[in-house]
Design a protein around this ligand. Structure first.
Ligand SMILES: C[S@@+](CC[C@H](N)C(=O)[O-])C[C@H]1O[C@@H](n2cnc3c(N)ncnc32)[C@H](O)[C@@H]1O
Length: 240
């Protein structure tokens, strides 16, 4: 049995009523995402290009937050990475376990995670727009905390494209098919979130005709150091 150094629980998810149709979500996701991205250059191509840019190397330890049905987990394993993948949805994880049997797959809510080790890479692919503002910051700060000294965080997510018509298309898609917090994510944008989590952008690439962005980020040590030295600076950073 695989030993896990990341622990957590899914209690936040199991509060309240769970729909009898939850099992349908992974089916809809695995059919819907390729269809959605087909006119945008392809789902599989997007994921491969994002991983090429993130430059995961064989033997590296990768923590994947919100792994869903494990499409990226499988690709990371094929690239030789040692993957720990987290998601709170059991139906999604059922598929992930089938796709990536050698990954360490844990059912947990991001808000409950505890971790005893450091990772070379932390990946959040299409997850932050699923989280409310507080959980989003929690996820980014957790990712920063568990990074190895030279480690990097990869964030792949929706971004407001240029041009009125394309912006309107994204708005309609987010309103119809994504949770309400997705609009907050695209309105506030990558930069503001990363700054508040004391992360600095190391690489930045646009995909899917400008609807998706990959940012590779690392610890913003200058800002973190000055916050430690200057009394009150940390609260200023959090408020900015
Ligand atoms: C759009 S899917 C992305 C899946 C995968 N990263 C991919 O790119 O295919 C978002 C995933 O985040 C998970 N998720 C949302 N909120 C979460 C939370 N608070 N804790 C853990 N997982 C969460 C959902 O269950 C879902 O599987």
């Amino acid at each position: 049995m695989k030993e896990s150094t990341v622990t957590g629980n899914d209690s936040v998810q199991s509060e309240g009523h769970e729909s009898p149709f939850t099992w349908l979500v992974p089916v809809v996701y695995d059919l819907g995402a390729p269809a959605l991205f087909s006119p945008l250059g392809g789902w599989d191509t997007l994921r491969e290009q994002a991983l090429d840019t993130f430059e995961v190397r064989a033997g590296e330890h990768v923590l994947e937050l919100g792994c869903g049905t494990g499409g990226i987990t499988e690709k990371l394993i094929k690239r030789g990475a040692c993957v720990t993948a987290i998601d709170r949805s059991e139906p999604m994880l059922k598929r992930a376990r089938r796709r990536a049997p050698s990954a360490t797959i844990i059912r947990a809510d991001i808000r409950s995670l505890q971790c005893e080790r450091r990772f070379d890479r932390v990946l959040l692919a299409f997850v932050l727009h699923h989280l409310d503002a507080e959980t989003r910051m929690h996820a980014l700060r957790f990712a920063r905390r568990v990074l190895a000294p030279e480690g990097t965080i990869g964030i792949v997510d929706w971004v407001k494209p240029t041009g009125d018509i394309r912006r309107r298309c994204l708005q309609i898609y987010l309103t119809l098919l994504e949770p309400p917090c997705a609009k907050d994510w695209t309105d506030e944008g990558f930069e503001s979130h990363l700054r508040r989590a004391e992360l600095t952008i190391l690489k930045d690439r646009s995909f899917a005709r400008g609807f998706v962005r990959l940012v590779v980020a690392g610890r913003d040590t200058v800002r973190a150091d000055s916050a430690e030295r200057t009394p009150g600076a940390a609260s200023h950073l959090l408020a900015s």
